[in-house]
Design a protein around this ligand. Structure first.
Ligand SMILES: [Zn+2]
Length: 208
């Protein structure tokens, strides 16, 4: 068995969406070894910083929240597709010939995985691709950007995926060292009640 860590490292210098300072994690120390004989930390973390899940409430008023995430979509077989030749966006045309079937969990590797700084022109799931994936009834999608979309003020891609029968959305993956193929994905959200997302540690596993 081989485990591939596909998570972002969380630290104060990590890339965050649009370089918004408030999205950077901060830590404070309840205790350290200069103050006492134990170490204890508080973290302050935007739920969309680093590798994370989105729940419907993120884009759909009254939508489901992250503690109701179907865990069978979090520990699951998945298919990684290499789309790193694309420069701008992923359209339905770009993925129509891929082996994507109902109930698949698909992960798209793009140029984003090769960048450690936030790039405002990151490769994104354009709305025709989001609709295509929804119509295919995939169970989940993983992307190597901090958001499935950009430059779409109506958030059509998020809404297509998170609306109605909810597709699991996993964002902020790091796939540079991952070859296209089939793996087992293991990535569980924290059991946070009533909110729209959660950080996660995500891994791919070979041969189980
Ligand atoms: Zn998000």
């Amino acid at each position: 068995m081989k485990i591939y860590d596909i998570s972002m490292t969380i630290n104060k210098d990590m890339q965050v969406y649009k370089n918004i300072e408030a999205k950077k994690p901060t830590v404070s120390y309840t205790s350290d070894y200069t103050k006492g004989n134990y170490f204890e930390t508080k973290i302050f973390l935007d739920t969309h910083t680093g590798t994370h899940f989105d729940a419907p409430l993120h884009m759909v008023e009254g939508g489901a929240t992250i503690e109701s995430q179907d865990l069978y979509n979090c520990i699951t077989k998945c298919k990684v597709f290499d789309l790193s030749s694309l420069k701008e966006q992923i359209t339905a045309e770009d993925i129509k010939d891929l082996d994507i079937k109902e109930n698949d969990f698909v992960i798209f590797k793009t140029q984003n995985s090769y960048e450690d700084e936030f790039n405002s022109n990151f490769v994104f799931i354009e709305k025709t691709a989001a609709k295509y994936l929804k119509d295919k009834k995939i169970k989940g999608i993983g992307v190597d950007a901090l958001s499935v979309e950009r430059s779409q003020p109506e958030h059509e891609s998020h809404i297509a995926l998170l609306g109605g029968e909810w597709t699991t959305v996993l964002e902020g993956l790091r796939l540079k060292d991952i070859k296209a193929g089939e793996y087992t994905l293991i990535a569980l959200p924290l059991k946070l009640q009533g909110i729209e997302g959660s950080p996660t540690r995500a891994v791919l596993v070979d041969n189980i």
